[in-house]
Write a protein that binds this ligand. Sequence first.
Ligand SMILES: *Cc1c(COP(=O)(O)O)cnc(C)c1O
Length: 345
Amino acid sequence: MVKGLIDRYRDWLDLPRSLTPVTIGEGDTPLVRWDDWGKSRIWLKLEGTNPTGSFKDRGMTVAVSIARHNGSRAVICASTGNTAASSAAFASRAGLASVVVIPEGQVALPKMVQSAVHGAHLIAVRGNFDQALAAVRYAAQQESWLTLVNSVNPWRIRGQETSAYEIVDDLGAPPTLLVLPVGNAGNISAYHKGFVRYAKQAPRFIGVQAQGADPLVQGHWLDQVKTVASAIRIGRPASADTAKAAVSETQGRFLSINDQEILAAQKDLAHGGIFVEPASAAAYGGLKKLSAEEELPAGDIVVILTGMGLKDTETPQQWANLTMTPTTSEHIVTTISQLLNLAEA
Ligand SMILES: *Cc1c(COP(=O)(O)O)cnc(C)c1O
Protein backbone atom coordinates (compact mmCIF):
# COMPACT_ATOMS: atom_id res chain seq x y z
CA MET A 1 0.00 0.00 0.00
CA VAL A 2 1.23 3.48 -0.81
CA LYS A 3 1.81 5.67 2.20
CA GLY A 4 1.99 9.42 1.84
CA LEU A 5 4.86 11.49 3.13
CA ILE A 6 3.10 12.56 6.29
CA ASP A 7 2.43 8.96 7.32
CA ARG A 8 6.04 7.98 6.67
CA TYR A 9 7.80 10.94 8.32
CA ARG A 10 5.22 12.32 10.73
CA ASP A 11 7.65 12.13 13.68
CA TRP A 12 9.97 14.56 11.90
CA LEU A 13 7.38 17.12 10.82
CA ASP A 14 6.01 18.53 14.11
CA LEU A 15 2.39 18.53 12.91
CA PRO A 16 -0.68 19.03 15.11
CA ARG A 17 -1.72 15.65 16.55
CA SER A 18 -5.28 15.79 15.25
CA LEU A 19 -4.30 16.72 11.68
CA THR A 20 -5.67 14.45 8.95
CA PRO A 21 -3.24 14.25 6.00
CA VAL A 22 -4.30 15.26 2.50
CA THR A 23 -2.36 12.82 0.33
CA ILE A 24 -2.23 11.53 -3.23
CA GLY A 25 0.73 9.19 -2.68
CA GLU A 26 3.57 11.71 -2.96
CA GLY A 27 7.24 11.08 -2.14
CA ASP A 28 9.24 7.83 -2.04
CA THR A 29 10.79 8.70 -5.40
CA PRO A 30 13.49 6.57 -7.08
CA LEU A 31 17.19 7.24 -6.58
CA VAL A 32 18.73 5.86 -9.75
CA ARG A 33 22.42 4.95 -10.14
CA TRP A 34 23.17 6.82 -13.35
CA ASP A 35 26.90 6.51 -13.96
CA ASP A 36 30.33 6.43 -12.37
CA TRP A 37 32.69 9.31 -13.19
CA GLY A 38 36.08 8.29 -11.83
CA LYS A 39 35.61 7.75 -8.11
CA SER A 40 32.27 9.59 -8.05
CA ARG A 41 29.01 7.67 -8.11
CA ILE A 42 26.33 9.77 -9.82
CA TRP A 43 22.77 9.25 -8.59
CA LEU A 44 19.63 10.86 -9.99
CA LYS A 45 16.64 11.50 -7.73
CA LEU A 46 13.58 11.33 -9.97
CA GLU A 47 11.27 13.88 -8.38
CA GLY A 48 9.21 13.97 -11.58
CA THR A 49 7.67 10.67 -10.47
CA ASN A 50 5.65 12.49 -7.81
CA PRO A 51 1.89 12.36 -8.54
CA THR A 52 1.66 15.72 -10.32
CA GLY A 53 5.08 15.34 -11.95
CA SER A 54 7.25 17.56 -9.75
CA PHE A 55 8.72 17.80 -6.23
CA LYS A 56 6.16 20.50 -5.36
CA ASP A 57 3.87 17.70 -4.10
CA ARG A 58 6.14 17.17 -1.07
CA GLY A 59 5.51 20.62 0.28
CA MET A 60 1.91 20.73 -0.87
CA THR A 61 0.73 17.66 1.07
CA VAL A 62 1.86 19.40 4.27
CA ALA A 63 0.79 22.96 3.39
CA VAL A 64 -2.69 21.95 2.19
CA SER A 65 -3.23 19.56 5.13
CA ILE A 66 -2.42 22.44 7.49
CA ALA A 67 -4.62 24.88 5.55
CA ARG A 68 -7.62 22.56 5.84
CA HIS A 69 -6.84 21.79 9.49
CA ASN A 70 -6.87 25.53 10.23
CA GLY A 71 -10.24 26.02 8.56
CA SER A 72 -9.10 27.67 5.37
CA ARG A 73 -11.55 27.66 2.43
CA ALA A 74 -9.13 28.23 -0.41
CA VAL A 75 -5.44 28.16 -1.29
CA ILE A 76 -3.65 30.62 -3.55
CA CYS A 77 -0.22 30.68 -5.17
CA ALA A 78 1.83 32.47 -7.78
CA SER A 79 3.46 29.98 -10.07
CA THR A 80 5.70 29.27 -13.02
CA GLY A 81 3.44 26.19 -13.42
CA ASN A 82 4.34 23.31 -11.15
CA THR A 83 3.24 24.90 -7.89
CA ALA A 84 -0.06 25.71 -9.61
CA ALA A 85 -0.59 22.11 -10.78
CA SER A 86 0.32 20.69 -7.39
CA SER A 87 -1.76 23.12 -5.32
CA ALA A 88 -4.76 22.52 -7.59
CA ALA A 89 -4.45 18.74 -7.19
CA PHE A 90 -4.09 18.79 -3.40
CA ALA A 91 -6.79 21.43 -2.96
CA SER A 92 -9.27 19.35 -4.94
CA ARG A 93 -8.33 16.29 -2.86
CA ALA A 94 -8.89 18.34 0.30
CA GLY A 95 -12.20 19.83 -0.84
CA LEU A 96 -10.78 23.36 -0.93
CA ALA A 97 -10.93 25.90 -3.73
CA SER A 98 -7.69 26.90 -5.44
CA VAL A 99 -6.57 30.05 -7.19
CA VAL A 100 -3.40 30.21 -9.23
CA VAL A 101 -1.82 33.40 -10.46
CA ILE A 102 0.58 33.08 -13.35
CA PRO A 103 2.76 35.53 -15.24
CA GLU A 104 0.89 35.96 -18.51
CA GLY A 105 2.30 33.89 -21.39
CA GLN A 106 5.16 32.48 -19.30
CA VAL A 107 3.84 29.07 -18.27
CA ALA A 108 4.08 25.84 -20.29
CA LEU A 109 0.62 24.79 -21.51
CA PRO A 110 0.54 21.28 -19.93
CA LYS A 111 0.98 22.83 -16.48
CA MET A 112 -2.01 25.14 -17.03
CA VAL A 113 -4.04 22.16 -18.28
CA GLN A 114 -3.10 20.24 -15.13
CA SER A 115 -4.24 23.12 -12.93
CA ALA A 116 -7.48 23.49 -14.88
CA VAL A 117 -8.49 19.82 -14.77
CA HIS A 118 -8.34 19.94 -10.99
CA GLY A 119 -10.67 22.93 -11.03
CA ALA A 120 -8.25 25.73 -10.22
CA HIS A 121 -9.27 29.30 -10.97
CA LEU A 122 -6.57 30.72 -13.24
CA ILE A 123 -5.56 34.36 -13.09
CA ALA A 124 -2.93 35.89 -15.36
CA VAL A 125 -1.04 39.02 -14.37
CA ARG A 126 1.03 41.21 -16.64
CA GLY A 127 4.67 40.96 -15.67
CA ASN A 128 6.93 38.25 -14.33
CA PHE A 129 6.75 35.67 -11.54
CA ASP A 130 8.04 38.09 -8.92
CA GLN A 131 5.14 40.47 -9.57
CA ALA A 132 2.66 37.57 -9.42
CA LEU A 133 4.12 36.55 -6.05
CA ALA A 134 3.79 40.07 -4.69
CA ALA A 135 0.12 40.09 -5.77
CA VAL A 136 -0.78 36.79 -4.06
CA ARG A 137 1.09 37.73 -0.87
CA TYR A 138 -1.06 40.85 -0.72
CA ALA A 139 -4.30 38.93 -1.39
CA ALA A 140 -3.58 36.28 1.27
CA GLN A 141 -2.90 39.00 3.84
CA GLN A 142 -6.34 40.51 3.22
CA GLU A 143 -8.44 37.36 3.73
CA SER A 144 -8.13 34.93 6.66
CA TRP A 145 -9.87 32.09 4.77
CA LEU A 146 -7.28 32.23 1.97
CA THR A 147 -3.95 30.42 2.55
CA LEU A 148 -0.80 31.21 0.61
CA VAL A 149 0.92 27.98 -0.50
CA ASN A 150 4.04 29.34 -2.18
CA SER A 151 7.33 28.23 -0.64
CA VAL A 152 7.28 31.30 1.62
CA ASN A 153 4.76 29.16 3.56
CA PRO A 154 7.06 27.38 6.07
CA TRP A 155 5.03 24.14 5.83
CA ARG A 156 5.98 23.85 2.16
CA ILE A 157 9.66 23.88 3.11
CA ARG A 158 9.02 21.43 5.92
CA GLY A 159 7.42 18.94 3.53
CA GLN A 160 10.19 19.37 0.98
CA GLU A 161 12.77 18.43 3.61
CA THR A 162 11.56 14.83 3.27
CA SER A 163 13.50 14.32 0.04
CA ALA A 164 16.73 14.73 2.03
CA TYR A 165 15.42 12.16 4.54
CA GLU A 166 14.78 9.68 1.72
CA ILE A 167 18.28 10.16 0.30
CA VAL A 168 19.82 9.49 3.73
CA ASP A 169 17.59 6.42 4.13
CA ASP A 170 18.63 5.15 0.67
CA LEU A 171 22.39 5.83 0.84
CA GLY A 172 22.84 5.36 4.58
CA ALA A 173 24.42 8.83 4.89
CA PRO A 174 24.27 12.21 3.14
CA PRO A 175 26.08 12.33 -0.23
CA THR A 176 29.29 14.35 -0.62
CA LEU A 177 27.71 16.68 -3.18
CA LEU A 178 24.11 17.63 -3.96
CA VAL A 179 23.24 19.42 -7.20
CA LEU A 180 19.86 21.02 -7.83
CA PRO A 181 18.22 23.78 -9.88
CA VAL A 182 17.44 27.02 -8.05
CA GLY A 183 14.54 29.33 -8.90
CA ASN A 184 12.71 30.85 -5.95
CA ALA A 185 15.29 29.01 -3.77
CA GLY A 186 12.84 27.26 -1.44
CA ASN A 187 13.97 23.78 -2.39
CA ILE A 188 17.70 24.25 -1.76
CA SER A 189 16.78 25.75 1.62
CA ALA A 190 14.57 22.74 2.38
CA TYR A 191 17.28 20.19 1.49
CA HIS A 192 19.75 21.99 3.72
CA LYS A 193 17.37 21.98 6.68
CA GLY A 194 16.38 18.38 5.93
CA PHE A 195 19.92 16.96 5.94
CA VAL A 196 20.86 18.89 9.07
CA ARG A 197 17.72 17.78 10.93
CA TYR A 198 17.80 14.13 9.82
CA ALA A 199 21.54 13.36 9.61
CA LYS A 200 23.12 16.31 11.47
CA GLN A 201 25.33 16.84 8.48
CA ALA A 202 24.78 18.30 5.00
CA PRO A 203 26.43 17.67 1.62
CA ARG A 204 28.18 20.41 -0.32
CA PHE A 205 25.42 22.27 -2.20
CA ILE A 206 25.70 23.22 -5.86
CA GLY A 207 22.80 25.50 -6.81
CA VAL A 208 22.34 25.74 -10.57
CA GLN A 209 20.62 28.70 -12.21
CA ALA A 210 19.92 29.47 -15.86
CA GLN A 211 21.91 32.24 -17.51
CA GLY A 212 19.44 35.09 -17.99
CA ALA A 213 17.75 34.26 -14.68
CA ASP A 214 20.73 33.88 -12.34
CA PRO A 215 20.48 36.55 -9.61
CA LEU A 216 22.31 34.37 -7.07
CA VAL A 217 25.29 34.07 -9.42
CA GLN A 218 25.20 37.75 -10.39
CA GLY A 219 24.78 38.87 -6.79
CA HIS A 220 21.87 41.24 -7.50
CA TRP A 221 18.16 41.08 -8.35
CA LEU A 222 17.17 40.86 -12.02
CA ASP A 223 14.01 42.55 -13.27
CA GLN A 224 14.16 41.08 -16.76
CA VAL A 225 14.52 37.30 -16.86
CA LYS A 226 14.88 35.05 -19.87
CA THR A 227 15.60 31.29 -20.18
CA VAL A 228 14.04 28.16 -21.71
CA ALA A 229 13.83 26.75 -18.18
CA SER A 230 10.50 28.37 -17.26
CA ALA A 231 10.31 26.73 -13.80
CA ILE A 232 13.39 28.69 -12.68
CA ARG A 233 12.70 31.92 -14.57
CA ILE A 234 12.84 34.05 -11.41
CA GLY A 235 14.78 37.25 -10.78
CA ARG A 236 14.10 37.84 -7.06
CA PRO A 237 14.22 34.52 -5.22
CA ALA A 238 12.06 34.75 -2.08
CA SER A 239 14.34 32.37 -0.14
CA ALA A 240 17.63 33.90 -1.30
CA ASP A 241 19.01 34.31 2.25
CA THR A 242 18.51 30.69 3.34
CA ALA A 243 19.80 29.50 -0.04
CA LYS A 244 22.99 31.54 0.38
CA ALA A 245 23.41 30.10 3.87
CA ALA A 246 23.02 26.54 2.50
CA VAL A 247 25.78 27.20 -0.02
CA SER A 248 28.19 29.10 2.23
CA GLU A 249 27.84 26.77 5.23
CA THR A 250 28.66 23.75 3.06
CA GLN A 251 31.47 25.39 1.02
CA GLY A 252 29.24 24.99 -2.00
CA ARG A 253 28.59 27.40 -4.84
CA PHE A 254 26.03 28.78 -7.27
CA LEU A 255 26.72 28.46 -10.96
CA SER A 256 24.74 29.09 -14.12
CA ILE A 257 24.53 27.46 -17.53
CA ASN A 258 23.04 28.76 -20.78
CA ASP A 259 20.02 27.52 -22.73
CA GLN A 260 22.15 25.50 -25.13
CA GLU A 261 23.82 23.67 -22.24
CA ILE A 262 20.41 23.07 -20.66
CA LEU A 263 19.05 21.53 -23.85
CA ALA A 264 22.21 19.42 -24.31
CA ALA A 265 21.78 18.10 -20.76
CA GLN A 266 18.12 17.34 -21.43
CA LYS A 267 19.17 15.37 -24.51
CA ASP A 268 21.89 13.43 -22.60
CA LEU A 269 19.41 12.37 -19.95
CA ALA A 270 16.75 11.51 -22.52
CA HIS A 271 19.24 9.31 -24.37
CA GLY A 272 19.74 7.47 -21.08
CA GLY A 273 16.00 6.88 -20.69
CA ILE A 274 15.16 9.82 -18.44
CA PHE A 275 12.95 12.64 -19.71
CA VAL A 276 12.92 15.76 -17.55
CA GLU A 277 11.81 19.32 -18.02
CA PRO A 278 14.45 21.98 -18.84
CA ALA A 279 14.80 23.30 -15.26
CA SER A 280 15.71 19.82 -14.06
CA ALA A 281 18.12 19.29 -16.93
CA ALA A 282 19.90 22.44 -15.71
CA ALA A 283 20.99 20.53 -12.59
CA TYR A 284 22.61 17.79 -14.66
CA GLY A 285 24.18 20.32 -17.03
CA GLY A 286 25.47 22.16 -13.96
CA LEU A 287 27.20 19.02 -12.70
CA LYS A 288 28.84 18.54 -16.10
CA LYS A 289 30.06 22.12 -16.03
CA LEU A 290 31.37 21.71 -12.49
CA SER A 291 33.24 18.54 -13.45
CA ALA A 292 34.97 20.47 -16.25
CA GLU A 293 36.06 23.18 -13.81
CA GLU A 294 37.11 21.19 -10.76
CA GLU A 295 37.75 17.63 -9.68
CA LEU A 296 34.59 16.04 -8.32
CA PRO A 297 34.83 14.49 -4.87
CA ALA A 298 34.88 10.70 -4.51
CA GLY A 299 31.72 9.04 -3.24
CA ASP A 300 28.03 9.70 -3.77
CA ILE A 301 26.85 12.68 -5.79
CA VAL A 302 23.10 13.25 -6.05
CA VAL A 303 21.44 15.30 -8.79
CA ILE A 304 17.85 16.34 -8.09
CA LEU A 305 15.70 16.02 -11.22
CA THR A 306 12.84 18.21 -10.09
CA GLY A 307 10.17 17.76 -12.77
CA MET A 308 9.19 15.38 -15.56
CA GLY A 309 9.60 16.00 -19.29
CA LEU A 310 5.96 15.94 -20.37
CA LYS A 311 5.47 19.14 -18.37
CA ASP A 312 6.89 21.06 -21.34
CA THR A 313 6.86 19.37 -24.72
CA GLU A 314 7.55 22.51 -26.73
CA THR A 315 11.15 23.08 -25.64
CA PRO A 316 12.57 19.64 -26.56
CA GLN A 317 11.13 20.08 -30.05
CA GLN A 318 14.18 22.28 -30.57
CA TRP A 319 16.32 19.13 -30.65
CA ALA A 320 14.13 16.01 -30.83
CA ASN A 321 13.58 14.51 -34.28
CA LEU A 322 9.84 14.38 -34.89
CA THR A 323 10.09 13.51 -38.58
CA MET A 324 7.43 10.97 -39.54
CA THR A 325 8.62 8.66 -42.30
CA PRO A 326 5.71 7.58 -44.49
CA THR A 327 5.56 3.98 -45.73
CA THR A 328 3.20 1.14 -46.65
CA SER A 329 3.01 -2.40 -45.26
CA GLU A 330 4.78 -3.64 -48.41
CA HIS A 331 7.72 -1.33 -47.92
CA ILE A 332 7.92 -1.27 -44.15
CA VAL A 333 10.95 -3.56 -43.83
CA THR A 334 12.97 -1.56 -46.36
CA THR A 335 11.95 1.66 -44.65
CA ILE A 336 13.05 0.37 -41.25
CA SER A 337 16.43 -0.81 -42.49
CA GLN A 338 17.00 2.51 -44.24
CA LEU A 339 16.14 4.40 -41.06
CA LEU A 340 18.41 2.27 -38.88
CA ASN A 341 21.30 2.56 -41.33
CA LEU A 342 20.79 6.29 -41.35
CA ALA A 343 20.79 6.36 -37.57
CA GLU A 344 24.09 4.48 -37.45
CA ALA A 345 25.79 6.45 -40.24
C1 LIG B 1 9.82 24.91 -8.60
C2 LIG B 1 10.80 24.23 -9.47
C3 LIG B 1 12.18 24.47 -9.39
C4 LIG B 1 12.76 25.53 -8.51
O1 LIG B 1 12.59 25.29 -7.14
P1 LIG B 1 12.73 26.54 -6.13
O2 LIG B 1 12.32 25.98 -4.82
O3 LIG B 1 11.81 27.59 -6.65
O4 LIG B 1 14.16 26.96 -6.18
C5 LIG B 1 13.03 23.72 -10.18
N1 LIG B 1 12.56 22.80 -11.04
C6 LIG B 1 11.25 22.54 -11.16
C7 LIG B 1 10.80 21.52 -12.13
C8 LIG B 1 10.33 23.24 -10.38
O5 LIG B 1 9.02 22.98 -10.52
